[in-house]
Design a protein around this ligand. Sequence first.
Ligand code: PMV
Length: 318
Amino acid sequence: MPAFSATAPGKIILFGEHAVVYGEPALAVPVPTVQARAVVSPIIDGDSGDIQIEAPDISLSGAAADLNPDHPLRAAVNAVIGERDPGGVPACKINISSTIPSASGLGSGTAVSAAIIRAFSAFLGRRLTDEQVSQLTFEVEKIYHGTPSGIDNTVIAHHKPVYYLKGEPFSFLSILKPFSILIADSGIPGHTGEAVHHVRQKWINDPERYDQIFKSIGEISKNAMELIQTGSPAMLGSLMDENHSLLQSLEVSTPELDNLVNAARKAGALGAKLSGGGLGGIIIALIEEGEDQIAEEVTQAGAVHAMLSRVPSSQLPD
Ligand code: PMV
């Protein structure tokens, strides 16, 4: 039995986080310069049903069966096994590694799940389509995220830019003109679950006000899609600034994230915002020129890591 491997990219949400949970559109793109990898190899002469997991990045090594059933790595393995008899699975070792910073808003956990699901399923003789990987990854997300919108698994499993509306068929984004995004990591772990919960409480207490904020964010996503598809990405900068203000109204930004956003703008970025769940994690900034200077300024302002991600042009198939 040969070994099977799969990778899955990181991702950033360009526009629409949080509002997407309430049925507004959001835009996300893959970040292929960072990725998660899973390699599944047979354990020769091992007992069937023995699935070992090696994840040195998180110092984890041992049998999948010994992990808590809610553990995301075990959940990904179980998602693939599904209705099969786990005892009949050929003995194997799943090696997991990732260059995606965890809890940063870059989709690290989702990419690890997607890579495991794709590689482990292939090992068991079933090559999944991107959409099947996305669906199974979504099932895993639900276990430890509660009410995920589904945008992370969609962009990561399909590894293409997406315009995403919860509960509707998503569409791929056609990008007429490439653009560059600087990603700066605050080094403070993001707290997506907590942020989503916090926003929900606010919405329950004052649905009218928060529905209005979500709607405004949704309008920004729609305008952004138009600009991307018509080849005017430079105009996305002011939309990023507006989106960040609305995320501040949702109280999911922090002084550290605001600081990085302001530093990027001051250094010449066309616009900047937090990206992902917030309360930590990353900011993104639209860059036209002077990337080194802007990276330097955000680092001075406290970013532990800054990287440039180029969003290439992509045409939709006819
Ligand atoms: O923090 P991340 O990268 O998992 O992004 C979360 C995005 C939210 O809109 C806040 C939640 C969701 O499920 O869409």
